[in-house]
Design a protein around this ligand. Structure first.
Ligand SMILES: Cc1ncc(COP(=O)(O)O)c(C=O)c1O
Length: 354
């Protein structure tokens, strides 16, 4: 008979929970007391453990540091008003994790190991899941090539780890974004659909330039001709055009966002017209000029839903209508919150209870 995976837990002698100011959480500033760790050796995952959060020994020639075999996920645990803890769409995040690992020629993580590692970690650090509305425990599973070897090769040894971080709201204000017409995040056939470190490293420079120009984020366009909108920063993007929700279709250059998928499902459930179709820059420009773009917003685990108020296209700054309380973006944000915290029925089975 198969027995459930038992993950040994070594607890910290010195919790630093009391030093955290839960009223002023900054995204990613704090990490919780414990971490999960397993090793890929001899073609299998071994030695899964929960241990106190601490630096790990790593060779300066660990392959990940040189050739970029690193993959991560970003997900969240929420606390309900009754004090229970739910994890949002664990299966979908695990599925994407393995698709990213596959693209980077890295070993898959079996569902049992992912789930048990995560649940044991969240149970161990359950006091770290914030209670305040709008706050949550961000969960970061990641795999990287730990094998010490300088030659260019696919690694034979990896670490799979999970760390967590209590977080508050991401963006305080509606965003001002720039349609990026020079740089690209990823190209068709590349690694854009994978959550691998290099995609983020490559986007820092153009994003920093946009920030110097006063923008919060860039709206990435396709690598072939800068004709179509892809996504924004660490968010997928939605538009509301004459009452219809519109988002670009997935491709090998766009991340298959869990929030994007959830919003499309909620729109379907509520009978809100939605279309998955390419959005060209020319069309966007016309809509903005004619005042027909009702809303634009980014959607992702970190920011949840981030309304966009200004869009710059080829040095022209367009302003979108003011965001009212009837905005679809806010409606999706509210429903997502209600589902995650058990306030409305979770009819698609998105919550895993800890
Ligand atoms: C490039 C990119 N696009 C979109 C998203 C949104 O995905 P999700 O809703 O799964 O967080 C993320 C965040 O993970 C991202 O990094």
């Amino acid at each position: 008979m198969q027995t459930a995976l038992q993950i040994p837990v070594t607890k910290t002698a010195q919790s630093h929970l009391s030093s955290i100011d839960f009223n002023h959480l900054e995204f990613g500033k704090y990490v919780a007391d414990h971490m999960f760790k397993a090793e890929w050796i001899n073609k299998q995952w071994a030695s899964p453990v929960i241990v106190p959060f601490a630096p790990i020994p790593l060779s300066p020639v660990a392959l990940a540091l040189h050739y970029g075999q690193t993959v991560f996920e970003g997900m969240k645990a929420y606390r309900t008003p009754e004090g229970k803890i739910s994890i949002f769409r664990l299966e979908k995040h695990h599925d994407r994790f393995n698709r990213s690992l596959d693209r980077m020629a890295m070993p898959a993580v079996p569902f049992d190991l992912f789930k048990e590692g995560l649940l044991t970690l969240i149970k161990t650090d359950s006091n770290w899941v914030p209670e305040k509305e709008g706050c949550s425990l961000y969960i970061r599973p990641f795999v990287f090539a730990s094998e010490a070897r300088l030659g260019v090769k696919v690694a034979d040894e990896y670490y799979f780890m999970i760390v967590t971080s209590p977080v508050g709201p991401y963006y305080a204000q509606p965003l001002k974004v720039k349609v990026e017409m020079n740089y690209v995040r990823s190209a068709e056939g590349g690694t854009g659909f994978a959550k691998c470190g290099g995609n983020y490293g490559g986007s820092f420079y153009p994003t920093a330039k946009a920030k110097e120009e006063g923008f919060d984020q860039v709206l990435w366009t396709d690598a072939k001709g800068h004709q179509f909108i892809e996504e924004s920063g660490t968010m997928n993007v939605f538009f509301v055009i004459e009452g219809t929700l519109v988002t670009p279709p997935l491709s090998t250059s766009i991340l298959d966002g869990v929030t994007r998928d959830s919003i499309l499902q909620i729109a379907k459930d509520l009978g809100i017209p939605a279309e998955v179709k390419p959005v060209s820059i020319e069309h966007l420009k016309t809509l903005l000029q004619e005042g027909k773009l009702q809303e634009a917003f980014g959607a992702g685990t970190a920011a949840v839903v981030a309304p966009i108020r200004h869009i710059s296209i080829e040095d022209h700054l367009y302003e979108l209508p003011e965001i009212t309380e009837n905005a679809l973006s806010l409606k999706f944000k509210k429903i997502l919150h209600e589902i995650r915290t058990g306030m409305v029925a979770d009819k698609h089975g998105w919550n895993t209870w800890v």
